[in-house]
Structures are given as structure tokens and as C-alpha cells.
Design a protein around this ligand. Structure first.
Ligand code: ADP
Length: 638
């Protein structure tokens, strides 16, 4: 289950320390790591997909790959092309059809033969032209001589010579038409073709016939010479890879299906009003293996017949996003760094410490305890940026420091936005990270996939005219509204105040682009409301995230690592997170010293930590404990 079967060859310690970031490899740099020749052996993880690709290459089956971007789908498709026999490769020639100029003939020959045939035709045409020129000049000389000597007519002679010259020029066009058009040439290929048709328009996918502006009058390019192959033709005997398959228009998906079914597909002009649309070749072979890729969404939106075609005659695989973090796997990640260095070709080697830092990042990005991320395109980006920084400094080797700098630079758009956002809000003094305030709690949210932001929640309680209501303002998404409802159930249970006579206003301060991510704000909302109801201040040097059950249990949420980092960046020195999330915390060292992480399992613990002043707080916490005691006593059993 390690992805590539090929073991990492380098000095491995006999007695491997489980925690060694390099998995026991005793190396100074990536220079000592050997990169396997075959692409299929370079694939990290994705064992299932890799097995399928190897099997499908043998059986010539189509494959559907579903998964996150940058996990190796196109890499595996390329690897499959390497596994296909190159002996079967073919060249394809298109010939003029003397019977019907708009229906060029198609001939398929073994790879390498195509060029020879074209050369032979050219040679023949050259000879014929030489012969013609020779003949032409002889005749012109005779005519000129005759006109001068016999008739004494210079003008007539020149006119006649001109007509003869044009007649020959014209005639030689006919012999050009005899040279076939080599549309698929595999003469110099060392492996079966790999064609990436992601986002290709109809012409690029299915082939096209160029428009001829001079359709008559002897200036035209013969139709067979205007024929251009599509990816389906170039992929013959190889692999056709199409990512985001659902974005292909339906007509193209239908044609693709025909090409798969028939194993051949005529080329015609794709734009209706072009002269190319009149031309249609004989069928051109399209015997490719298709690898269609996309995310889960893609599968739903793809042409059902095409999908069932692939399913019925091939395999469907799901790509993994993460893989278990074992010493053996970490050795593969060491090799991954070496692979990316080799692939780029210009980067210096990575020192052992630099590699360790990349592996730490792989851990962090996995967002799951005991796992490493398999979104390796992005991790490869970190390797390249680190290498570029080192190169910029003329360093001989990439050091840990270069990688740390690169982490700062290779931030996603969301991260950059979030940082900008934090900065701007600091300007407006919307962030409070010290003192106590009634009804205000620092919540935490995630923007995009990988950036945390601090999102204060404010609550206010006012006497109600009619029956009490919970009113939420700010950009609340439906999920957040639900969280508010959930919270109000707990508050109603425990509060002395007659809540039915009060309106509770809840505001997410500047919820901004990201909005509020649902449930994860519910302990924040509860704390803010309770603080407002009881008039007790909340510690502003504290931030929190956690979901709340109706019984007061604090349940796990997503993105804790990014949230903790956001709290640290904003200047908070304590963060409350659900105890169940402790295993997901993978914050960087620099933040570890900045904030204290406090795990909690019940809302009473949250209040105990967050609220100001001993006596009021104690009575509040005691009340809450007694009311939701069942949850607590269960807690004690664990
Ligand atoms: P996808 O097609 O899934 O979007 P790619 O195959 O294009 O991703 O991956 C981009 C690059 O990231 C690859 O060329 C390779 O350098 C690296 N990469 C991605 N997945 C893997 C993997 N499983 N093993 C090794 N390298 C990988």
C-alpha cells in the first residue's frame, strides 16, 4: 500500500526511529536519492489507481479517475502511455482523391513508414518538375526563335512564351497534389502517445479541415493538405487524457463516444461556414485508451452514455487525498522531493533539514492525524518556490530556511486574502485581543480551504414587544442560523431570566467574504448570548471554535489548525477547541509559543475559562452544570 513498489535506494538505518522525519534515511541531501526511470514507479501513494492503470494498460481498458486536483491523475495517464507497446504505433497519411476532391483518402502504415512515403512522393514530384522545366524552356526557346526568325514578331513571341510558362506552372500544381499529408507521424516516438485534451475545443479534439480562402481559380490548396488531426487521432494506440470531462460540450462527448465505439473517426471541417466543412475524409483510426478525470461533480454532469461506456468497458477509481504517515512512506516523500528537483532541472538539491521541513508541511496539509497529504502538485509548488529562493541567493543547496521562506510566499489566494483581511481589520480596531467585554466573543472561521480568520460574535439582549425572538444579523448562511437555533435551546433551558420576554440579537461582525461556517461558531454564539444575558464580561484575549449539541457537549469542527494560527496571528493568547479535535492540531512551531490551546468537552468548561469574575461566573457555571448534568456525568465515565 505504498504506491510505487520501488523501494527508495539509499542508506537506511537498521534500527529505524518511528518518529524520524526521513524514515531512517541517512542522507545529506536529495543528491543521494535515485529517481526511478519509469513514471509509474515515481507515483507516490494511489496504490489502487496505480494497480488499475497497470491492469488497464495490459487489457486496453478505459479508466475514469475521480479525485482532487494535483493528486496524480494526469501523471498516471502519462505513466500508462509508457506502459503500452510502442511496436503497434502507426502513421496516418491523407491522400488526394482524384474522383472526389472533397473526400480525401486515408492510409495507415507502421510508424516510420509515413515519412518515407512522403519523401518518395516529394522526390518523384521533384524529378517530374525538373523534367517539366526542361521541357518548358525548350518549347519556349523554340517558340521564341520561331517567332523571331520566321515571322519577325517579337511581341507575339513573348506573349506565346508567357502563356506556355503559365501553363506549365499551373500544371505542376497538379503534381503537388500527389504528395500525401502526413497527419500522424510516430517516426521518432519512444513511447505510445499521450494526448491531453483537457479543455480542447471541437477542432483540437476531433480534427479539422482548414478554410481555404481561394476556393477556385487554381490558387487553392488541395483539400487533403488542409486536413488536421484531432487529439483522438494523435492518441491512436496510446492514451487520450481528458480532465474535467464534464466541461466538454455534449456534441463533443457524443462524437468522442462514437470514436471509442468505432475505433475510427472521419475528419471534417468544424466551422459550418468554412470551405473545410465540405470536406470529409475517409475514417481515421482512433484506437486509444481513454482516461477521463474530474471531481465527483464531474461524474454527475458527464454524458451518461459516455460514462456507462467507460464503466462497461473499463474501470472507475477514486484518488486518495492523504496517506498514512509511516517511516516507509516518509522515505517515499524524500524521493518525491528528489523527483521534483530532477523534473524541474534547474533547482539545487535539498538538504536533509530542508526535506524534513517539506515532510512536516505534508503532514500539516493532510489535516488529519497520522497522515500525509497527497495533493502533491501543491507540495511540488513549495519545492519549486524553495528552490527558486535558494537559486536567487546563489545557494548551493536548498536549506530549511529557504523552505520556511517559501511557505510564506507560496500562500494560496485565500490565505493572502485572509492576511490582508486581518491587517485591515486591525486598522479599524475591529479586532480586540485584550481585556473583557460583555456580549462579545472572538470566534474563528475558515476562508477558502486553508485560511483561518477571527470572526467576532456580538450579542445583545433587549426587552421584547411581543414573544421573544432570536434575531441574527450579518451575512448569515442557513447553517449558522441553525446553530443559533440550537444555542437558543440551551439558553432557554438554563436562564433565570424569562427569555420569552426578550429579543436576543446576534451579530457576526464583518462576516466578510467567507461568511460564517455553520456549526463551528455555535459555542461562540452561546458564550456571547450568555454573557449578554447575565451581564458578565468575556475574556478578549481568548478565541474559540466548537460545535454545540443541545445537551451542551462541545463537538468537533473542521479546520482547527488554520483557526488556531489565525487566532495567534491576531494576537490572542488562548484558543479553546473541542477536545476531540486535539489530534488534528498541526500548527507550525512559530505559533506554538504564541498561543495556549485549551481542549474542552462541555460548554460549562468554555464559560469557566471565558467569563470574567469569580462569584458570578461560579454560579453561572454551576447552574449550567446542574442543568446539563447528564451530559457531564457521561463525560466523567469516559
Ligand atoms: P492531476 O492530474 O491529478 O491534477 P497531476 O498528475 O497533473 O495531477 O500532478 C501534477 C504534478 O504533481 C505531477 O506532475 C507530479 O510532479 C506531482 N504529483 C501529483 N501526484 C503525485 C503522486 N501521486 N506521486 C508523485 N507525484 C505526484
Amino acid at each position: 500500500d505504498l504506491g510505487s513498489d520501488v523501494e527508495v535506494t539509499a542508506d537506511v538505518a537498521d534500527d529505524i526511529d518511528e518518529d524520524d522525519l526521513l524514515g531512517g534515511l541517512r542522507i545529506d541531501s536529495t543528491e543521494e536519492i535515485q529517481v526511478p526511470d519509469r513514471l509509474v514507479d515515481q507515483v507516490i501513494g494511489q496504490e489502487h489507481a496505480r494497480d488499475v492503470v497497470i491492469k488497464a494498460a495490459k487489457q486496453r481498458r478505459h479508466v475514469m479517475m475521480i479525485g482532487s486536483p494535483g493528486t496524480g491523475k494526469s501523471m498516471l495517464a502519462k505513466a500508462m502511455a509508457e506502459l503500452l507497446p510502442k511496436e503497434e504505433l502507426q502513421d496516418v497519411l491523407v491522400y488526394h482523391n482524384p474522383d472526389d476532391g472533397n473526400n480525401p483518402k486515408v492510409r495507415t502504415v507502421p510508424a516510420g513508414k509515413g515519412e518515407q512515403i512522403v519523401e518518395a512522393h516529394k522526390e518523384e514530384a521533384r524529378k517530374r518538375n525538373q523534367m517539366r522545366s526542361f521541357l518548358m524552356w525548350i518549347i519556349i526557346a523554340i517558340v521564341l526563335g520561331y517567332s523571331l526568325i520566321i515571322a519577325g514578331q517579337i511581341l507575339l513571341g513573348i506573349l506565346a512564351a508567357g502563356i506556355i510558362y503559365l501553363a506549365f506552372r499551373y500544371g505542376s500544381r497538379g503534381s503537388d497534389a500527389m504528395i500525401p499529408n502526413l497527419i500522424v507521424n510516430n517516426a521518432d516516438e519512444t513511447a505510445a502517445p499521450f494526448e491531453d485534451a483537457t479543455g480542447a475545443h471541437a477542432g483540437a479534439l476531433l480534427g479539422d479541415v482548414r478554410h481555404d480562402p481561394f476556393q477556385s481559380g487554381g490558387m487553392e490548396t488541395p483539400s487533403h493538405d488542409r486536413v488536421e488531426p484531432g487529439a483522438i487521432h494523435k492518441a491512436n494506440k496510446g492514451v487520450l487524457f481528458i480532465d474535467e470531462i464534464n466541461t466538454l460540450d455534449i456534441r463533443s462527448q457524443q462524437h468522442l463516444m462514437t470514436a471509442i465505439q468505432e475505433g475510427e473517426f472521419s475528419i471534417t471541417g468544424q466551422s459550418e461556414r468554412s470551405s473545410g466543412a465540405m470536406v470529409q475524409t475517409e475514417p481515421v483510426p482512433t484506437d486509444f485508451i481513454m482516461i477521463a478525470a474530474g471531481n465527483l461533480d464531474a461524474m454527475e454532469n458527464m454524458h451518461p452514455a459516455l460514462r456507462s461506456r467507460i464503466k462497461g468497458y473499463g474501470y472507475e477509481v477514486y484518488m486518495d487525498d492523504t496517506i498514512e504517515d509511516t517511516p516507509e512512506m516518509r522515505r517515499k516523500y524524500v524521493r518525491f522531493v528528489a523527483q521534483e528537483v530532477e523534473k524541474d532541472g534547474r533547482l539545487p538539491d535539498f538538504s536533509a533539514e530542508a526535506i524534513e521541513e517539506v515532510i512536516l508541511e505534508a503532514r500539516r496539509r493532510a489535516g488529519r492525524k497520522g497522515h500525509l497529504t497527497l495533493e502533491l502538485r501543491n507540495l511540488g509548488g513549495l519545492v519549486r518556490v524553495s528552490g527558486d529562493i535558494a537559486r536567487g541567493q546563489d545557494a548551493e543547496m536548498v536549506t530549511r530556511d529557504h523552505v520556511l521562506q517559501a511557505k510564506g510566499r507560496s500562500r494560496s489566494i485565500e490565505q493572502q486574502l485572509a492576511d490582508d483581511y486581518i491587517e485591515r481589520r486591525k486598522d479599524y480596531e475591529l479586532q480586540v485581543a485584550e481585556g473583557y467585554q460583555v456580549g462579545r466573543v472572538n470566534g474563528l472561521a475558515v476562508m477558502g480551504e486553508d485560511s483561518g480568520i477571527m470572526l467576532p460574535v456580538m450579542a445583545e439582549v433587549t426587552p421584547s414587544q411581543g414573544p421573544g425572538e432570536v434575531i441574527a444579523t450579518g451575512q448569515l448562511k442557513e447553517m449558522a442560523q441553525e446553530a443559533v437555533d440550537n444555542v437558543s435551546a440551551i439558553i432557554k433551558k438554563f436562564s433565570d431570566e424569562n427569555i420569552s420576554e426578550k429579543d436576543i440579537h446576534i451579530q457576526f461582525v464583518q462576516a466578510g467574504q467567507g461568511g460564517v461556517d455553520g456549526d463551528s461558531a455555535s459555542i461562540t454564539v452561546a458564550t456571547a448570548v450568555i454573557s449578554a444575558l447575565e451581564g458578565v464580561g468575556v475574556d478578549q484575549s481568548l478565541a474559540m471554535t466548537g460545535s454545540l449539541s443541545v445537551r451542551g457537549d462541545v463537538l468537533p469542527v473542521g479546520g482547527v489548525t488554520h483557526k488556531i494560527e489565525a487566532a495567534a496571528k491576531t494576537g490572542c493568547d488562548k484558543v479553546i477547541i473541542p477536545a476531540a479535535n486535539m489530534q488534528d492540531v498541526m500548527i507550525e512551531d512559530e505559533y506554538r509559543e504564541m498561543v495556549e490551546i485549551i481542549p474542552v468537552s462541555h460548554i460549562s468548561e468554555v464559560l469557566d475559562i471565558a467569563l470574567e469574575g469569580e462569584p458570578e461566573k461560579d454560579s453561572l457555571v454551576a447552574r449550567l452544570k446542574s442543568i446539563t448534568g447528564s451530559a457531564l456525568s457521561q463525560e466523567n465515565k469516559v
